[in-house]
Design a protein around this ligand. Structure first.
Ligand SMILES: NC(=O)c1ccc[n+]([C@@H]2O[C@H](COP(=O)([O-])OP(=O)(O)OC[C@H]3O[C@@H](n4cnc5c(N)ncnc54)[C@H](OP(=O)(O)O)[C@@H]3O)[C@@H](O)[C@H]2O)c1
Length: 340
């Protein structure tokens, strides 16, 4: 990916990706490098060798610089954004059940987004800001009767969320408020902004640990009850479990930078259910398909456990145990998804 330089030569286009330690940002950094971009990414703690190990590996793909930056610190992103053609705002607080919603999630999401955008204005080189929002900013609202279709013009209802404070209310509220603040700021400051709104993201990524979405979708395998509860919440809130592959999210982000002109883009591949998900892996992993009653674990191999198969799904190591060794208590799955 090259751009004309002032002296008649060409130079690599440069993109800033915030939150390079995270799941989605790590995949986006990889795809940008593979496309020939020079990439500047930010992490909160560059000294955390374990969390940032994938960035060292990715540096073999092309020019990659890592900067320290915190959403809560004004001016923190100036160096990372300086000289960039595109800024991908991916970093955000993603705590689903914070103790103090305003302090931990809502205000950092809004102020952090504006901080990076102020750095973009200072840089004076940024042609497009791509903000990673979420369909949580679209679908968390009461429906107006049967057949009410939600699309890119729809917004989650922040007043309703603040009044009911149910479930993971702070996250969708933070995504709406950050997106709306970004739109107003872009308008006032002449920045070109496009928003990408993915559904639940799955698939392998360079980041070694994934805290959100993948553990929830794999919870039917791992038996992590908290994550099963989150999965049920997702299904209840949206009437389905909507999924998109992380590579498609990265492609959408790059499309939003290079080709889109404005607006919001929902990024979704399929809408499924917990029951359909529960049936999926057994059909696709040969070691499981060939067992009569497969049982799964995502934990390490326990004493006496016999590992009969292993696969990589969603960047998480999935182990297949012999039948008869059920390490998680059985769960009843809701078959009749609720509506918000
Ligand atoms: N995963 C999904 O299914 C999904 C779906 C729709 C939208 N999204 C959005 O996609 C974005 C990335 O999510 P993810 O799934 O990749 O989550 P993630 O792996 O938890 O990544 C979040 C990133 O944000 C950084 N961050 C959090 N607070 C920060 C702060 N105060 N200052 C600087 N950086 C901070 C984290 O840094 P640390 O490593 O230092 O904590 C991490 O790099 C978020 O905006 C999320 O809302 C995700």
């Amino acid at each position: 990916m090259a751009a004309a330089a002032g002296d008649g030569t060409t130079r690599r286009k440069t993109a800033c990706v915030t939150g390079g330690s995270g799941y989605i940002a790590s995949a986006l950094v990889k795809m940008l490098l593979e496309k020939g971009y020079a990439v500047k990414t930010t992490v909160r703690n560059p000294d955390d060798g374990e969390k940032n190990a994938h960035l060292k590996t990715l540096a073999a793909l092309g020019p990659l610089e890592v900067f320290r930056a915190d959403l809560n610190e004004e001016g923190s992103f100036d160096d990372a954004v300086a000289g960039c053609d595109y800024a991908f705002l991916v970093a955000a607080p993603v705590a689903l059940m914070p103790e103090n919603a305003e302090e931990e999630v809502i205000q950092p999401a809004i102020q952090g987004t504006l901080n990076v955008m102020r750095s973009c204005v200072k840089a004076g080189t940024v042609k497009r800001v791509v903000l990673t929002s979420s369909t949580a900013a679209i679908s968390s609202r009461p429906l107006e009767g049967d057949g009410h279709v939600l699309d890119e013009d729809s917004w989650s209802d922040v007043e309703y969320l603040r009044a009911t404070k149910s479930g993971t209310w702070a996250y969708p509220a933070s995504k709406v408020l950050a997106e709306k603040a970004a739109m107003a700021f872009a308008e006032e400051n002449g920045l070109s902004l496009v928003t990408v709104c993915p559904v639940v993201v799955v698939g392998g990524a360079p980041a070694s640990k994934v805290k959100t979405s993948v553990p929830e979708v794999l919870s039917l395998l791992s038996g992590d009850d908290d994550m099963v509860d989150n999965l049920e919440l997702i299904e209840k809130a949206s009437g389905s479990i909507p999924l998109v592959h992380i590579d498609d999210v990265s492609r959408a982000e790059i499309f939003a930078a290079e080709e889109a002109t404005s607006g919001r883009y929902i990024v979704c591949t399929l809408n499924t259910t917990a029951v359909a998900l529960a049936l999926l892996p057994g059909g696709q992993v040969p070691a499981v398909r060939d067992q009569r009653r497969p049982h799964w674990s995502s934990s390490g191999e326990a004493e006496g456990e016999h590992l009969v198969g292993q696969a990589h799904q969603g960047g998480v190591r999935v182990q297949v145990q012999e039948p008869g060794r059920d390490i998680r208590r059985p769960r009843r799955l809701r078959q009749d998804p609720g509506t918000p």
